[in-house]
Write a protein of this length. Structure first.
Length: 404
């Protein structure tokens, strides 16, 4: 028969075992096995997956910011609240203003919306992450359209009294592609409009013809499409080259692995980058077509005439720089843009630069935007050519700036 002391020891042993078991169950149920902390007591927030080297991110978009709020919250969960994430959104911001922001690397994550902006992003070293409009084919078309009862059946019916509504200089679907197809025509032009404004101008009879994306007008019973363009590559999501390699990888991983509903809301999806080579060639040919067009007076000729422009602005020249007005442009071999520059003393220079550098110059945009603008060239010595116009070759975007 056991003694009282033995019974007491047995009871204490059993009690200790039960206590340890209960403690183990509590640890299993209430302690986070990954962090080792008790939720809601020691750890208030979910730990971020990655810590970025940068302390701020700017997301550039051309649509309403509400659709990107879930993405911002998701990225804060991934990278922690120590990072400041800003949405730069202006619904009416011009394509040129956007290209300036890309040239100055003001956007860390760029939702380009337009292939023209995608090309500018690529030219400024931005890195592809995903495709916008993932529910649509990777390529789309531009369209010329008229009011459904219009007598115009094709481009051949256009006259110099025909009014056409176009978009901004840097819009692929509403300017470059239709301009390429308008070669040889003389038309009355109203331009610089967004897509919905162009449709309204045609619907109300203020314009005879409009240019827009084919998808935007093909099913509208008020319109009739008379011309479809060649394929245009879609837009995408790009990362700034100013981000470190580690940050680029972490942000790419976060965007690619974002929940489907967040990607859908922000209008992007994982896909490869489309081929921009043919589109770039067409846009450059369009500039060649438009190099002599004067959009300040109607009708506008989509061809060159023998009449040359005159320079009326006063110009100055300093010893360490050349200041002049652009009085013409053309495309030469290897897709190089040649600007004709006239200084105050009426001296003429040919300025050569490639399209990539052109996209890196704030306020430059396409070569067309430089027509009749004052530019400054610094740190480049003109190459004197006997019996020819002096030649200036731009090799860096810092060598040229636009004054107006």
């Amino acid at each position: 028969m056991s003694s009282p002391k033995t019974n007491q020891a047995l009871i204490l042993t059993i009690s200790a075992i039960l206590s340890l078991s209960l403690f183990g169950i509590m640890v299993y149920l209430f302690v986070n096995p990954k962090t080792g902390l008790i939720p809601l007591v020691f750890s208030e927030k979910q730990q971020p997956i990655n810590r970025l080297e940068t302390n701020s991110l700017t997301i550039g978009i051309l649509v309403k910011s509400d659709d990107y709020t879930p993405l911002v919250e998701y990225l804060k969960q991934q990278f922690g609240d120590q990072i400041t994430i800003t949405i730069d959104s202006k619904l009416r911001e011009s394509y040129q203003e956007v290209k300036n922001k890309l040239a100055t690397k003001k956007w860390d994550i760029a939702f380009t919306l337009s292939p023209m902006i995608s090309v500018a992003a690529k030219d400024n070293g931005y890195i592809w992450v995903a495709r916008m409009f993932p529910q649509s084919p990777p390529y789309y078309q531009s369209a010329l359209f008229v009011e459904k009862n219009s007598s115009i059946q094709s481009i051949s019916d256009f006259k110099n009294t025909t009014v056409i509504a176009l978009g901004d200089f840097n819009s692929a679907s509403s300017f470059y592609m239709p301009s390429y197809d308008l070669f040889g025509k003389s038309l009355r032009v109203t331009m610089g409009h967004r897509g919905e404004v162009i449709q309204e101008l045609v619907r109300t009879g203020k314009a005879d013809v409009g240019a827009a994306s084919y998808e935007a007008v093909k099913n509208d019973p008020n319109f009739r499409v008379i011309q479809r363009s060649r394929n245009i590559p879609g837009s995408g999501v790009y990362l700034s080259p100013n981000l470190s390699n580690n940050d680029q990888k972490a942000i790419t991983q976060a965007l690619v692995n974002a929940p489907v509903n967040i990607q859908k809301k922000a209008n992007y999806g994982v896909d490869g980058e489309p081929d921009f080579s043919s589109f770039i060639q067409i846009s450059q040919r369009a500039e060649e077509v438009l190099k002599c067009a004067d959009f300040t007076r109607n009708p506008v000729n989509f061809f060159c005439s023998p009449v040359t422009s005159t320079i009326s602005s006063s110009l100055t020249t300093k010893s360490n720089q050349i200041i002049g007005i652009v009085n013409g442009l053309t495309m030469v071999e290897n897709q190089i843009t040649r600007l004709t520059l006239q200084s105050k003393d009426q001296k003429i220079y040919y300025v050569f630069l490639n399209p990539k550098i052109l996209n890196q110059i704030p306020n430059a945009g396409s070569g067309l935007n430089l027509q009749n603008k004052t530019i400054v060239i610094k740190g480049v010595i003109p190459e004197q050519q006997s019996n020819k116009i002096d030649k200036i070759v731009i090799t860096d975007s810092n060598q040229i700036s636009v004054l107006n």
